[in-house]
Write a protein that binds this ligand. Structure first.
Ligand SMILES: [Zn+2]
Length: 297
């Protein structure tokens, strides 16, 4: 991992160290059996980097592109070091988190900024970060943890400016098992969003939710759509609760994500994985469950 430390002399020191950790993390995910690896650009934006790193817009754009190169480097290096494993290369997916993640006021978890932010403001914020990911050659975009319908609809329109890229769209959801974070009905929103851009969407669903909520959110989502089903994706967190004083709690009360996998696959969900507080061991177990499920069919 020292390679980038030595060669990449124009990068600020803290980013160089971060790069090493990130490369190591990507290698861990790959070795655990991940078919898809997501860049660490969830919160990355041109304006955010310009403001907080005191760099130019061009440098900020290049930094987002570099994040894709790091994933590719990790994949190539892993394949070189472990040729005997002969694993297919994972898809490199560019993470596009919500506009609210740039506001640092927790509104990304509720979508409340949708009422006070114009669609144009969101569009202008997203456009260059998406352009950088696409230019760097990601295989797919992850429009993820989106809390409000208005931003999702804008993103599905915006990616038409990049007609050769495909994407998945994943919402963040409330605890009620029926709504996205901003309160709109999940199933209606999923169907409506898919119909807005079926040519570029590989899947629509949810991420970073408790696994126990998946069934009620996704059940019968494609009822009555036999001719035109929405391809579905879910990658939940571990199901733990977050407490401001104690951090993440109640892990012992959570069923591991992999125990849900056969049922989710039975429900027609085709993309499954893990988000916050899921680890390489979870990836391996999820993969094993998916393989077992396939063998039984
Ligand atoms: Zn998460």
């Amino acid at each position: 991992m020292d390679f980038l430390l030595e060669k990449n002399t124009t990068t600020p020191p803290i980013l160089k160290i971060y790069v090493c950790e990130i490369l190591s993390l990507f290698c861990t995910s790959f070795s655990a059996g991940a078919d898809v690896i997501i860049t660490n650009t969830y919160q990355a934006s041109i304006s955010g980097f310009v403001q907080h790193l005191k760099i130019s817009e061009k440098e900020a754009y290049d930094l987002i592109m570099q994040s894709v190169h790091y994933v590719r480097t990790a994949c190539d290096r892993f394949a070189q070091e472990y040729p005997e494993l002969d694993q297919p290369k994972p898809l490199i997916v560019g993470s596009v988190g919500p506009y609210g993640a740039s506001l640092h006021d927790a509104s990304e978890y509720t979508g409340s900024y949708a009422a006070t932010t114009s669609v144009e403001t969101m569009r202008e914020w997203h456009r260059p970060r998406i352009a950088a990911l696409v230019e760097a050659g990601v295989d797919l975009l992850a429009l993820e943890t989106i809390p409000c319908r208005v931003e999702a609809e804008m993103l599905l329109d915006l990616i038409k400016e990049f007609p050769n890229i495909k994407a998945w769209l994943a919402f963040s959801c409330k605890q009620d098992g029926k709504s996205i974070a901003n309160g709109e009905n999940f199933q209606e929103t999923v169907r409506r969003c898919y119909d807005l851009n079926p040519r570029q969407l590989v899947a629509v669903g949810a991420n970073c939710l408790a696994p126990r909520l998946v069934e009620s959110l996704f059940k019968d989502i494609n009822k009555g759509r036999r001719q035109n089903p929405v391809p579905l994706i879910v990658y939940p967190n571990s199901g733990e609760s977050y407490n401001v004083e104690q951090g993440w709690i109640d892990r012992e009360k959570c069923e591991p994500v992999d125990t849900y996998i056969p049922h989710w696959l039975d429900m027609g969900i085709t993309w499954v994985g893990g988000c916050c507080r899921t680890y390489a061991t979870d990836v391996t177990r999820i993969k094993n469950q998916a393989k077992l499920w396939q063998c039984k069919r």
